[in-house]
Design a protein around this ligand. Structure first.
Ligand SMILES: NC(=O)c1ccc[n+]([C@@H]2O[C@H](COP(=O)([O-])OP(=O)(O)OC[C@H]3O[C@@H](n4cnc5c(N)ncnc54)[C@H](O)[C@@H]3O)[C@@H](O)[C@H]2O)c1
Length: 258
């Protein structure tokens, strides 16, 4: 579990522990990690914290090694760590792009590179949950870098599901809209070398739809893992914008025919 110190990752770790899984929780935030592990142990579950920066491939490899050393095998991998950034693409800095893509996209890639070969070698199947977002299916003004990272995670997950099917490893991609977490305070984890000289004044984009508790979203994701469902669409409010997007795509094809 990456990004397990807060929000959706913490709720997922607690939910999986309640299902009887032994959980390795990783994050940049060590105090938050300790809180997650404490909550799991207090409820009778088993968990271990390993500080990991998902942007660093060596650290994610070490996470995989330590997870195997601690619990022998890995059956469920949750690539969940993520950050959000608001602001028009016309004002985006290279550092903005580098930061968000390094966590949201490269973090997932590093997780796969480190864990998939081990999961295949175990010959016991398993499941991978990648946290994307509804922003990986619908583009919103002011969310361009985040949209780019999350569309990539959706595409990657769709292909991964096909590639790993022969090994009995399922894939789910979690696509929530609003969830009550600390995502709006993502700047807290931006490394100093990727901070902008002049901080952006962009306000978070107002989301449509309900803001769900992370526990509700985690329960839906765990249900999808259990039933090997690819898409975890947590908010029915996403249906209309998704329909409009599909209709625009359909129109682009139909209009060409005439
Ligand atoms: N909250 C929402 O509304 C929402 C909606 C759609 C998708 N998501 C996605 O859910 C995932 C979890 O976010 P959340 O909403 O729980 O936010 P959150 O800020 O509460 O938790 C994100 C966690 O990721 C960790 N993190 C950030 N950079 C990291 C790095 N380099 N290495 C390791 N850990 C790092 C943070 O320390 C934090 O604990 C993210 O991928 C996010 O994009 C959130």
């Amino acid at each position: 579990m990456t990004g397990g110190a807060s929000g959706i990752g913490r709720a997922l770790a607690q939910g999986l522990a309640r299902e009887g899984m032994r959980v390795v929780v990783s994050d940049l935030d060590e105090a938050g990690l300790a809180g997650t592990v404490q909550a799991i142990r207090a409820a009778g579950g088993e968990a271990q914290a390993i500080r990991t920066d998902v942007t660093q491939p060596g650290e994610v490899q070490s996470l995989a090694e330590q997870a195997v050393r601690a619990f022998r095998r890995v059956h469920v991998l949750c690539n969940n760590a993520g950050v959000a950034l608001w602001g028009g693409l016309e004002n985006a800095t290279l550092r903005d792009w580098q930061w968000v893509l390094s966590v949201n996209l490269w973090g997932v890639i590093h997780g796969l590179q480190a864990f998939v070969p081990r999961m295949i070698a175990q010959h016991e199947g398993g499941h991978i949950l990648n946290t994307a977002s509804m922003a990986g299916l619908i583009a919103s003004q002011g969310l361009g870098i985040y949209n780019t990272s999350k569309y990539a995670v959706v595409g990657l997950s769709e292909t991964l599901a096909k590639d790993l099917r022969p090994y009995g490893i399922g894939v789910s991609v979690l696509c929530p809209m609003g969830v009550a977490t600390q995502i709006r305070a993502s700047e807290r984890s931006r490394p100093s070398h990727l901070r902008n000289e002049a901080p952006s004044a962009a306000e978070p984009v107002e989301l449509i739809g309900r803001t769900l508790p992370p526990e509700t979203v985690a329960a839906m994701a765990i249900d999808a893992i259990r039933h090997n469902q690819l898409y975890v669409i947590t908010h029915e409010e996403g249906l209309e914008p998704l329909r409009r997007r599909f209709q625009r795509l359909e129109q682009a094809i139909l209009a060409r025919k005439t």
